[in-house]
Design a protein around this ligand. Structure first.
Ligand code: 13P
Ligand code: SF4
Length: 367
């Protein structure tokens, strides 16, 4: 494979329908050599091209199972990294726009987690004997590698409870990063008192905690969150319930604890889709997750008389995932069809090996 020479400039100005037909033509040329994986938050004009769709756990599994030469990931950067780590070395993972990151993943960095571990060493003696580091899959590969190297593990929104059980069976405490909300909700559901889950602020010395607080804590929750899910508020649920006393509320566990507590159902994007689709005809749903998913779901179930409403009054999309547009997808696929790889995501071996260890532990511990 050579370096790319079809530049994106020539695709940027393409009208949407032109981009659509060029995607189809390039796919035709590539045949089974390329597989397109699409996360549920992906915009409709890209999602329709996905061969396989799913939440983060399902997509990680699918990436480890495909035989395609090119795995074109319509999602965000950490998902394409997982695809690269979980696929065979000769397979190539591609992210159509390299700017498609995850603002939550950016809230934890290796430097900050290593500093945290050093401070925990000073406070507790030996964190490697006492604390299991658990990283949400929404994190960079070097953090997954950190977990792999320190007896830790990765989790997703659909297996977090099993992963916390795995972790607490091995060591007394958990350091959970970067999403405090997923960690808190999962711990709460497992019966861990809220007082035993404390927030570690990576911008403060010792996370802003005293030795006594760390000694008493069961879970140290990294101070990170998702900018999309933080928009959902208990007041939105209250208003909905007043208007629709028979309505049902379903939320993603990246939402705040009070939102999850007041929801009828809480789960991953795949779980949300399955649950609403399996709901009785005529049911009314308030959904607390990203807007592209909610809009698509509303369309898919309306023929059964079901209504699906987005939880927040403001528009909140995953703006980074939104960057994967038909123009970028057409650009990647045409380059591949011409024998040129663009936007390859390649995790260096020294990170990929320990990161895979943490991901494999997760797959083995997932239900
Ligand atoms: P899922 O694993 O539920 O798809 O969630 C991924 C994500 O980034 C949600 O914001
Ligand atoms: Fe990251 Fe939030 Fe987007 Fe999910 S919705 S990919 S957590 S920024």
């Amino acid at each position: 494979m050579q370096v790319a020479n079809i530049t994106f400039d020539r695709f940027n100005a393409l009208a949407d329908d032109q981009a659509q037909s060029r995607i189809l033509a390039a796919r035709e040329k590539l045949g089974p050599r390329a597989v397109i994986l699409g996360h549920h938050y992906q915009r409709a004009d890209v999602y329709r091209h996905a061969d396989l769709t799913g939440d983060s756990l399902k997509l990680a599994r699918l990436a480890s199972q495909t035989d395609a030469e090119f795995i074109v990931f319509c999602g965000v950067h950490f998902m394409a990294e997982v695809a690269d780590i979980m696929s065979r070395p000769e397979q190539i993972a591609i992210l159509p726009d390299l700017a498609a990151g995850c603002s939550m993943a950016d809230m934890a960095s290796l430097a900050k987690v290593e500093r945290c571990w050093r401070e925990l060493r000073d406070m507790t003696g030996d964190p490697d004997a006492l604390i299991t580091p658990v990283t949400y899959i929404n994190s960079a590969a070097d953090l997954k590698a950190f977990c792999g190297e320190h007896g830790g593990i990765v989790c997703t929104s659909s297996n977090a409870a099993s992963i916390l059980e795995w972790s607490l069976a091995r060591r007394e405490k958990v350091l959970f990063f970067p999403d405090q909300h997923l960690g808190r909700w999962t711990g709460y559901k497992m019966g861990i008192p809220l007082d035993d889950m404390v927030v570690w602020d990576p911008d403060l010395e010792n996370g802003g905690l005293t030795r006594e607080q760390v000694a008493k804590a069961k879970i140290l929750l990294w101070k990170g969150h998702c900018s999309v899910h933080q928009m959902f508020q208990p007041a939105h649920i209250l208003r909905w319930r007043n208007q629709h006393p028979d309505g049902l509320v379903i939320s993603h566990p990246e939402s705040a604890l009070e939102v999850c507590r007041q929801s009828d159902y809480v789960g991953s994007t795949e779980y949300i889709l399955k649950t609403v689709k399996a709901g009785a005809p005529g049911t009314k749903w308030l959904v607390g997750t990203e807007l592209n998913l909610v809009n698509r779901l509303a369309e898919e179930v309306k023929h059964e008389g079901k209504t699906v409403q987005f939880m927040a009054p403001t528009v909140c999309m995953c703006s980074t995932m939104q960057r994967i547009d038909p123009q970028h997808l057409a650009w990647c696929l045409e380059n591949l069809a011409e024998g040129q790889v663009v936007n390859r995501i390649s995790v260096p071996e020294h990170e990929a090996v320990p990161a895979k260890l943490a991901l494999d532990r997760m797959l083995a511990a997932s239900p």
